[in-house]
Structure formats: structure tokens, C-alpha cells
Design a protein around this ligand. Structure first.
Ligand SMILES: [Zn+2]
Length: 80
């Protein structure tokens, strides 16, 4: 189903969670949460509102840090 928000659609909550975490790894201004859209009945990411409690979980923070370090390294290598 099409949706006026023009945002990426995630069909399951798991997908939305994964996308939210990736957004945190990649972007300086990441999405903070996700929500169930009443229009398309899919999940979308949003950068408005409070940070999703999931992002305060130690194992998630740990993963974000590790993957950010990996990204830094590959960026350094890419520059040479
Ligand atoms: Zn929608």
C-alpha cells in the first residue's frame, strides 16, 4: 500500500527496530523512534519525539559503538 508520508515502509516491528539501529550507526541526526502508520499499516522511522527505550539498552548501545568503530576504520582506509 502506498503512503503519503513517502517514508520507507517496514512491514514488521523487527525490521523497524533494525532500521532504527542502523540509522543510529550511520547518521549524525538519526531517527529516534518508529511508529505504526495508520495510513499504510506499516512502520516508519521518525526523528520527532523521545528516544525509543530500545536505544538505551546496553546491548544495543554496545552494538552501535562497535559498528561505528568499524565504519570509522573503513573510512580511514578508504581515504588513503
Ligand atoms: Zn505510512
Amino acid at each position: 500500500m502506498k503512503c503519503n508520508s513517502k517514508k520507507n515502509q517496514y512491514y514488521t516491528e523487527d525490521e523497524a527496530v533494525e532500521a532504527l539501529i542502523r540509522s543510529y550507526i550511520r547518521f549524525n541526526k538519526p531517527a529516534t523512534s518508529y511508529y505504526l502508520c495508520s495510513e499504510c499499516t506499516c512502520f516508519h522511522l521518525t526523528s520527532h519525539g523521545p528516544k525509543h527505550p530500545l536505544l538505551s539498552r546496553p546491548e544495543v548501545i554496545d552494538r552501535i559503538h562497535k559498528e561505528q568503530q568499524t565504519q570509522d576504520w573503513s573510512q580511514h582506509l578508504g581515504r588513503k
